[in-house]
Design a protein around this ligand. Structure first.
Ligand code: ZN
Length: 385
């Protein structure tokens, strides 16, 4: 079901979302956003899993990250930048729902405009009887196949692709004190990029440089199109047991090294779903894949780099035991770019969270990654001699 509502447009960047509330009623659930101006919006439902998506013009979010309302039919809610001039809210709902009403209320007193969406429970059959959703077009995903290069041209200046995990409407993990993974990954990525560029030895490609959602496949495509020699995806996990801490490093494999690695890959692979993308309209290669022979050398190189990284990061950070693990991460699937995913630490652990927010610690860990990159390419040079 889709519903588009227009209102007199305000100066778009000036629109601020001040708070979000949920009113769990007996028969329906009301979701309310408080805004400083009226907005136009588009609301629609998705299935597998059941979600409600509200697209807005680009807005400024003023919500308290520690206060995440839920209740009634709404199990969880996320918000953030989606693409170009679209900001997005994604509601996870506990069952099939229909949008009963959606409207903007002008202020009765004061200056607060209210965007109201009323949801009512429906049967799965009724849900699928409704019209197809009309979501705002997803960011370009660069799905056109990129051929494998015939032969890598040896270059003195290597290209390093850095991938700050999550972003925009996908916040990633949330720390015990409210730190959002998407900010930690971006700050580390920008510091790492600066150090690599300053060395004069590397060209650097970033998959994002601001708080924006980037689909997983596009992250891979960016690295491949720029013929990156190595791909580093940065993350900071969160789990229920708050005593668990330390960095860990992951590479791609068909079968996971252990249950935690499998769980982590499943979670990280959900990024597109979390951002309110209809996976029914995509091919399923995010979910399953096969590794062909062409990928074998890339996987060996990835494992080599992971070993060097483990060694260097271990000098400056506590490590999770069995530091190098593997699983089916969608973002590590470039067949021709050695790729690793670094979990810098656990946002669910108070001391890790503190570290991940400290500039000094950020400088230390990114310097360790630079040393690992240096060692990795030096080893490659040694083979050639
Ligand atoms: Zn992550």
């Amino acid at each position: 079901m889709a519903l588009a509502v227009s209102a007199a447009p305000a100066a778009q960047s000036a629109t601020e979302v001040l708070s979000a509330r949920i009113g769990p009623g007996k028969t329906s659930t009301r979701f309310v956003l408080d805004l400083n101006t009226p907005v136009s919006f588009n609301v629609f439902t998705l299935e597998k899993p059941y979600r409600v998506v509200i697209d807005l013009p680009a807005v400024t979010w003023r919500l308290d990250p520690l206060r995440t309302p839920r209740g009634g039919l709404i199990r969880a809610f996320r918000y953030g930048h989606f693409r170009d001039n679209v900001s997005r809210v994604v509601l996870d709902v506990s069952r099939p729902v229909a949008i009963a009403r959606a409207f903007v209320l002008p202020p009765k007193t004061g200056r607060i405009h209210r965007l109201v969406v009323d949801l009512r429970p429906v049967s799965a059959a009724e849900f699928s009887r409704h019209a197809k959703p009309k979501p705002a077009a997803a960011p370009r995903t660069d799905t056109a196949p990129i051929p494998l290069p015939k032969r890598r041209i040896p270059r003195s200046v290597k290209t390093v692709a850095i991938d700050p995990g999550h972003g925009g409407v996908d916040p990633g993990a949330i720390g015990v004190r409210g730190t959002r993974e998407k900010r930690v990954t971006l700050s580390h990525a920008l510091t790492l990029a600066r150090k690599l560029r300053a060395s004069g030895r590397y060209r650097v490609v970033l998959t994002r440089v601001r708080d924006v959602f980037v689909p997983l496949r596009m992250r891979v495509a960016i690295a491949r199109r720029r013929a990156a020699d190595i791909f580093i995806s940065l993350h900071a996990d969160s789990i229920r047991r708050s005593s668990v801490r330390g960095a860990s490093i992951y590479t791609l494999s068909e079968r996971a090294s252990d249950r935690q690695a499998a769980r982590l890959a499943a979670k990280e692979n959900k990024a597109d779903l979390i951002a309110g993308i209809d996976l029914n309209e995509q091919t399923s290669d995010v979910a399953s894949f096969l590794i062909d022979l062409a990928q074998r050398q890339t996987m060996n190189d990835s494992a080599d780099f992971a070993r060097i990284l483990t060694n260097e990061i271990g000098k400056v950070r506590p490590l999770l035991r069995n530091t190098h693990r593997f699983a089916g991460f969608a973002v590590l699937k470039a067949p021709d770019v050695p790729s690793v995913l670094v979990e810098l630490g656990y946002l669910s652990n108070p001391s890790d969270e503190r570290r991940l927010n400290q500039r000094r610690e950020r400088e230390r860990v990114t310097a360790a990654i630079v040393r690992a990159v240096d060692r990795y390419f030096a080893r490659e040079q040694a083979f050639k001699r």
